[in-house]
Ligand binder design. Structure first.
Ligand code: PEP
Ligand code: CO
Length: 441
């Protein structure tokens, strides 16, 4: 941070960048993006930071969710509205049970770049560059579609801007207000156990609202909605990073909250260097290989002044590893009195591949990791501050299990649509929110 400047990351090791073949076009496009208006404003990032600071004290709870990889093809009003709706419904459920306000953050309006384990993918006798998100290439299995295309960066900006505009329109027109909760009940779909439970909660929220005075009512508004994505493509992120004219601080104006993925979170990486200089709230994904010293180094580099609400650690260990690793990490951070919001991503450490070669996750494993995460925090008297979930409101069959409509291995092919990692469907997401309620009590 001491010698940080907007370009300082370029002296550090950079991983997970596509091989942009058309270098001139690439550079020209980055220049064009740097002339575009910011997508979010510093003041909004500061508001989010102040809410995260409250969550660090246990006064709020963070719900972050959305697709693993957002698709340009999914840019329809219905898809955006439904994704927002499932997050609002989960928030209502969690809030009802915990009596805490929920900070809602979408993996939305910019989650277009994906880090990958391998650079290439073998399909039959063809070897193609791997799909790295719609900001880079397309999922279609031919070499032309898989070539990193710099024009997609410009498209990413426009899709993010238009998605954000639509989200703002929905939230500001009242969709997200608690008094509209009646309109989000689930009467028209088959009544499963979680839908019945959900409708009961909706009824009891609505009846308590009718007796509230207007001041209490105003306080219950759910209109704040924030955006986030993995800050992977650093030239793109830099192009949208701007100096605030008042405070002279730098803000990454591509989203309110940016996270560093588990594959790019080494202390000497370009990603950590770049994000150490921006004033947004920053999250880091923490896998089971991170050592206690590394986690402390990350806390010191990314938040040297120990500013409240600034730094989140998103724990994604795997249900069988979390008990071994997380307690040591929390103790280390506590000994050094660093302010962190501890968030559980119970998805990414629990990915498996079936015999048929399908990537999936067991609802049971997801729940186990979440249960351990909360139990560990209770034992250490620290705060389980939020969850980070890959989900969709569509009725996909990507993750196994769930009790309302159990997905079996033989169902996976029925509606498997994700471009990257398997997501919880609408029912599984709601069910998780109910279970989370019980766990947090
Ligand atoms: C992701 O969030 O989609 C992801 C790739 O996560 P991680 O960096 O934790 O593996
Ligand atoms: Co993912």
């Amino acid at each position: 941070m001491i010698d940080w400047h907007i370009n300082s990351w370029k002296k550090f090791v950079i991983n997970q960048q596509p091989d942009w073949l058309k270098q001139k076009k690439y550079k020209d496009n980055i220049k064009i993006i740097s002339s575009f208006p910011p997508l979010v404003f510093p003041e909004e990032c500061d508001t989010l930071k102040s809410l995260i600071a409250k969550a660090q004290k246990g006064e709020m709870f963070l719900l972050q969710g959305g697709d693993c990889a957002e698709r340009f093809n999914d840019f329809t009003s219905a898809k955006i509205k439904n994704k927002l709706k499932i997050l609002l419904q989960m928030s209502a459920v969690i809030s009802y049970g915990t009596k805490k306000k929920i900070i809602k953050v979408g993996r939305m309006a910019g989650q277009y770049a994906k880090p990958r384990t391998s650079k290439y993918e073998k399909i039959g006798n063809k070897c193609l560059p791997v799909y790295m998100g719609d900001a880079v290439n397309d999922t279609t299995l031919d070499s032309n579609s898989r070539k990193p295309n710099p024009d997609r960066l410009i498209q990413s900006y426009h899709y993010a801007a238009a998605t954000l505009n639509h989200l703002r329109a929905f939230t500001h027109s009242g969709l997200a207000e608690i008094n509209k909760i009646n309109t989000w009940n689930l009467k028209n779909i088959k009544e499963t156990k979680s839908i019945k439970n959900y409708n009961k909660i909706v009824e009891s929220i609505s009846s308590s609202l009718s007796t509230l005075d207007s001041k209490a009512f105003a306080k219950m508004k759910l209109t704040d909605f924030f955006t986030s994505h993995e800050a992977l493509l650093l030239d793109y992120e830099q192009a949208l990073t701007r100096k605030n004219t008042n405070s002279k601080a730098w803000y990454n104006c591509s989203a309110h909250l940016l996270w560093i993925g588990n594959r790019t979170r080494n202390i000497d990486s370009a990603h950590v260097e770049f994000l150490s200089g921006v004033s947004n709230p920053i999250a880091v994904k923490i896998g089971p290989d991170v050592s206690e010293d590394e986690i402390l180094d990350l806390a010191l580099k990314l938040n040297p002044t120990n500013e409240p609400g600034k730094l989140l650690f998103i724990i994604r260990m795997g249900h069988d590893k979390i008990d071994l690793h997380l307690p040591k990490m929390i103790r280390k951070i506590m000994r050094h009195r660093r302010k962190i919001l501890w968030v559980s991503d119970p998805m990414h450490g629990n990915t498996i591949v079936t015999n048929q070669g399908i990537k999936t996750r067991h609802f049971e494993d997801i729940l186990k990791e979440l249960t351990s995460f909360i139990k560990i925090h209770k034992e250490l008297n620290t705060i389980p501050g939020g969850v980070h979930i890959e989900l969709t409101s569509d009725n996909v069959t990507e993750c196994l299990g769930g009790t309302t409509k159990k997905i079996e291995p033989t169902n996976l092919n029925e509606k498997y649509e994700t471009a990257c990692d398997p997501r919880l469907n609408n029912d599984q997401s709601l069910e998780l929110a109910f279970l989370l309620n019980k766990l947090l009590k």
